[in-house]
Design a protein around this ligand. Structure first.
Ligand code: C5P
Length: 255
């Protein structure tokens, strides 16, 4: 069974720690225990610091269970977007399972055999660890790609249609959901139904700076549209008091 959906407003918020700096990530992660549903560590952090760096971010908030298995108090969304042949992706999934991520992702563009191999690998690896398996999601179309970019790589547009096609394929392969932009939530929800999990970046609390994000929604709009988890980086990490910024977001979701 996959890790359950969020049940509180705090659990819905995943904070993106986009930094190569371990100390900063550890500090933010500790400050935010309890006020967010988890931390997202991606390619920038992982390639700078490796699995040991990831473990450090979670280890500072770890306890030992009676079975000696570490349990992160700050859940981990490991955003490594695997994309390779099925055998290699399965191996990559097995290699990161000891970090006990609760969300993991692959590229839907890797195809059905690759997605199924990743799913088999999480199921197989979670069992001996005695954990519920991570939520396995796919990236559909990178939001940095427009219709012209899709055409350049031989993919059929428009980008919104391709995202729905890949979400449907992801669901057919048995994966749990996709990462999508706020503006794709409604269409993917309609196509894939209420059980499919949607993880949504491009979120800005009302009144905060949009930075390089162009088509944003507020946390509340995204959740009302059907997002399960929302991914928020700078509005929390660049705040003077990150925990207070996270709490304000949870309050907005509550209110
Ligand atoms: O700081 P900000 O809230 O913009 O961070 C958003 C996070 O979500 C970043 O880690 C970014 O890479 C990620 N993301 C995104 N848009 C996508 C996919 C991922 O902003 N389409």
């Amino acid at each position: 069974m996959a890790h359950p959906r969020p049940t509180t407003p705090e659990q819905r918020v995943l904070v993106a720690l986009d930094t190569p700096d371990v100390d900063r990530a550890v500090t933010l992660s500790r400050e935010l225990v309890g006020s967010v549903g988890g931390v997202k560590l991606g390619l920038e952090f992982f390639n700078a610091n490796g699995p040991q760096g990831v473990a450090q971010v979670t280890r500072g908030t770890l306890e030992e269970t009676p079975h000696g298995q570490p349990v992160p108090q700050q859940p981990l969304f490991l955003d490594l977007k695997f994309h390779d042949i099925p055998n290699t992706v399965a191996g990559a999934v097995r290699s990161v399972m000891p970090l006990t991520p609760f969300i993991l992702n692959v590229h839907a563009g890797g195809g059905p055999a690759m997605m199924k191999a990743a799913l088999d690998a999480v199921n197989f690896a979670a069992e001996p660890l005695g954990t519920v398996r991570p939520v396995l999601i796919a990236v559909t179309v990178l939001t940095s790609m427009d219709d012209g970019d899709l055409d350049a790589v031989g993919q059929r547009g428009p980008a919104g249609d391709q995202a729905v096609r890949l979400a449907e394929l992801t669901q057919k392969c048995g994966l749990d959901g996709v990462v999508c932009s706020p503006h794709e939530i409604a269409r993917i929800r309609e196509a894939c139904g209420p059980d499919f999990r949607l993880i949504v970046p491009g979120i800005r609390p009302a009144g905060s700076a949009t930075g390089d994000q162009k088509r944003v929604m507020t946390p509340r709009q995204a959740v009302e549209a059907g997002a399960d988890w929302i991914v928020i980086g700078r509005p929390i990490t660049a705040a003077q008091d990150p925990a207070a910024a996270a709490k304000a977001i949870a309050d907005e979701l509550n209110g």
